[in-house]
Ligand binder design. Sequence first.
Ligand code: MG
Length: 279
Amino acid sequence: MSKGFLIDMDGVIYSGNDLIEGADIFIAELKRRNLPFLFLTNNSQRTSRDVINKLAGIGIEAEEENVFTSAMATGWFLARQKPFGSAYVLGEGGLLTSLHENGYSLVNQDPDFVVVGEGRNFTLEMVNHAVDMILGGAKLVATNLDPSPKKAGWNNLGIKAIVSMIEEATGVKAFSVGKPSPVMMRVARKKLGLDSVNTTIIGDTMDTDILGGIQLGYHTVLTLSGVSKSKDLKSYAFSPDLVVDSIAEFDLDKWLNSSDSGSSKVMKPNGKAILQEQF
Ligand SMILES: [Mg+2]
C-alpha cells in the first residue's frame, strides 16, 4: 500500500503570508512520486478554495481534494451526529460553507448545536445569545481548541479563549473536532485511503499535530519552524519520530526507506536524526 502524508500548513508550509523555504519543493516532490497528501489545518475561517488561493499565492499548486480543514471535519461530524440538524454559528466563511454543504440549517433560535470557530466579527451579544441557547439545551461544539498565540501584535484570540468563556458561563464542556481529536485525524487518513502504519503527519505543534498522530498510531514529524521549539520537547511525555528544523531538512527518500524497514527515527541531543529499531 502507498504511503502518504497529512501536512499541517501554518508553521510547516508557511509562516503568516510567507512560504517556508523548501515547502514548495517538498510538495512538488510528493506530486512527482504520486504520493497521496492532504493539507490539514485547524483554522476554520477559510474554505478549501480560500486555502488553495493562499497556497497559490506562495507558489504551491493544490486541488480541493488536497485540503481538509477543521471546518470540513466539523460539518462531516455533525452530519453523522444529527443529519440535517441546525446550528447557531460563531465563525466565518469556511465553517458556514461546510455546515451548509453537510445539510445543516443555520438558525438564530433553538439550534441543535452551537458551533464555535475562528472569527473576528462576532460580538459579545452573540456570545451571550449562544450561552442562552446552550443553557436551553443546545450542544456545544468547537472546531478546535487552539490556544491564543500570546504574542504582542498578533491581534488574535484563539478559539480556546472564546470557548473557555462559554464553558464558564454555561458549565458545559465543548466537544472539539479539530486536531488532536481523532475525529479529524481519522477522517483525514481515510480520505487518503491509507492504513495508520502508512500515514505520516508533519506538523509544528506538539499539542495538536504530534499528539493526534501518536494517539492514532501514525508516524510523526515535528518541524521546529513554528509553534513548538526544541526546548519545549522535554516537558512532554511523548516524542515525535523525527524532529527537523524545517521541511527543507526532511529527507523523503530516507524516511520512506526507514518506515519500510519498520524502524523509526529519533533526535539525538545534537539535533541529528538517527535510526532506532522499534521494539
Ligand atoms: Mg501549525
